[in-house]
Design a protein around this ligand. Structure first.
Ligand SMILES: NC(=O)c1ccc[n+]([C@@H]2O[C@H](COP(=O)([O-])OP(=O)(O)OC[C@H]3O[C@@H](n4cnc5c(N)ncnc54)[C@H](OP(=O)(O)O)[C@@H]3O)[C@@H](O)[C@H]2O)c1
Length: 319
C-alpha cells in the first residue's frame, strides 16, 4: 500500500517535471517589462532574459543602473527611467511600452522593485516610516500592473509579482510584511479575474537571499538611527542592550539563511515568464520551502511560540 502511494507521488513529480520543461516560442517577438532592474534579482533577470532572446524593457530607478545594463546587454534590451511611486512616470513608461509593442501587446510584466527598510519593532516607528515602503512595494505594484494590463490582455500574457515568504507569515515590524501580504492579495484576485482573458498571474515568494534587501549594514544603521530617536521611556522598556542583542540575532540569521545564489530566484522568474505551463507560486530558497512556508501553515499558537522563543525580548518583558 505504502509502496503504491510512494509510486504515485514519484509519478506525479516526474509528470510535473516533464510538463514544466516546455518554453514558449518566438521569444524575439515577446516584450518583457521588469521593474527595479538596477540591482539584485531584477538586474540579473533582465540580463538572463536578454540572453534567452526576449525583448527586455528594463525599468531602472537610477541613470547608473540604465547605463550599466546597456553596456552589458544586447541591443534588444531597452531601458526606461522608472520610479514606481511616481504615477506620471509610470503612465509615461506605459505609453512608451505601448508604442514599442504595437498590436502584439506586452508578453509579461515582472513587478520586482522593492525596498525593505526601515524594519524595527512597530512601537519604534511613526506612520511616515510606513508610507514610502507601502508606496514602492504595494501601490507601485498595483500602479505598474494597471498601467500595462490592457497590453498584457492583448498578448494573453503574464503578470509576475515578486512577493516574499513574508507575504505568508508576518514576523517583522514596519511595512515590509504588510506590503507583501498586500501583493499576495492583489495577485490572487487578479489571477482569478484575468484567467478568462487568457492572462496568467504568477507569484514569486523568495526566502532570504544576499541583496540590498538583506544587507546587515543597513539593518544595523537603521536600528541605531531609530533607537537614537526613541523617547527615554521606550528605551527603558527595551533596555540598553536590546539593539546589540537584536543586531547579533539578525547577523546570525542572515549568515545562516541568506543564500548567495540569486539564480535560484531568477530561474523561477524566468520559468514564470517563459514556461508554457508556469506554476501559480514559486518558493525559491531552502528556508522558504522548509522553514517559513511550513511555519505559515502551523496553528497560530505554535508559530507564535516558536517565533517568540527566537526573538530578543525587551527588558520589560513579562514572558
Ligand atoms: N533579497 C531577498 O532576500 C528577498 C526576499 C524576498 C523578496 N524579495 C523581493 O525581491 C524584490 C527585489 O529585491 P532585491 O532583493 O533584488 O533587492 P534590490 O537589489 O534592492 O532590488 C530592488 C530594486 O528596486 C529598485 N527600486 C527601489 N525603489 C524604487 C522605486 N521607487 N521605483 C523603481 N525601482 C525602485 C532598486 O533601485 P536602487 O538600487 O537604485 O535603489 C533596486 O534596483 C523586492 O520586491 C524584494 O522585496 C527579496
Amino acid at each position: 500500500m505504502y509502496l503504491y502511494i510512494a509510486g504515485l507521488v514519484v509519478l506525479f513529480y516526474v509528470y510535473r517535471w516533464f510538463r514544466e520543461l516546455g518554453r514558449v516560442s518566438n521569444k524575439s517577438e515577446k516584450f518583457v517589462y521588469i521593474t527595479g532592474c538596477d540591482t539584485g534579482f531584477g538586474n540579473l533577470l533582465a540580463r538572463h532574459l536578454d540572453t534567452k532572446g526576449f525583448r527586455v524593457i528594463a525599468g531602472c530607478y537610477s541613470e547608473k543602473g540604465e547605463d550599466e545594463l546597456k553596456k552589458i546587454c544586447s541591443d534588444r534590451l531597452i531601458t526606461l527611467h522608472l520610479d514606481v511611486t511616481d504615477n506620471e512616470n509610470v503612465k509615461k513608461a506605459a505609453e512608451t511600452i505601448k508604442s514599442l509593442v504595437g498590436q502584439k501587446g506586452l508578453w509579461a510584466v515582472v513587478n520586482n522593485a522593492g525596498i525593505a527598510f526601515p524594519t524595527a519593532p512597530n512601537d519604534w516607528l511613526e506612520i511616515e516610516d510606513f508610507t514610502p515602503m507601502i508606496n514602492v512595494n504595494l501601490i507601485g505594484v498595483i500602479a505598474v500592473t494597471l498601467s500595462v494590463l490592457p497590453l498584457i490582455k492583448k498578448a494573453k500574457g503574464r503578470v509576475v509579482n515578486v512577493a516574499s515568504v513574508f507575504g505568508r507569515i508576518s514576523t517583522l515590524g514596519g511595512a515590509y510584511c504588510i506590503t507583501k501580504y498586500g501583493v499576495e492579495a492583489f495577485n490572487d484576485a487578479l489571477r482569478r479575474q484575468m484567467a478568462p482573458f487568457g492572462v496568467k498571474v504568477l507569484c514569486i515568494e523568495p526566502g532570504f537571499f544576499k541583496t540590498i534587501v538583506t544587507d546587515f549594514n543597513i539593518v544595523e544603521s537603521t536600528l541605531h538611527r531609530l533607537w537614537n530617536k526613541l523617547p527615554q521611556e521606550v528605551k527603558d522598556e527595551y533596555g540598553s542592550d536590546y539593539v546589540d542583542k537584536t543586531k547579533l540575532t539578525a547577523k546570525e540569521l542572515l549568515e545562516k539563511l541568506a543564500d548567495g545564489d540569486l539564480m535560484k530566484v531568477v530561474s523561477c522568474m524566468e520559468h514564470a515568464v517563459a514556461a508554457v505551463h508556469p506554476r501559480t507560486r514559486y518558493s525559491p530558497g531552502w528556508d522558504a520551502k522548509f522553514f517559513w512556508l511550513p511555519l505559515s501553515y502551523m496553528p497560530t499558537f505554535i508559530s507564535d511560540a516558536l517565533l517568540l522563543k527566537k526573538a530578543v525580548q525587551p527588558k520589560a518583558s513579562i514572558l
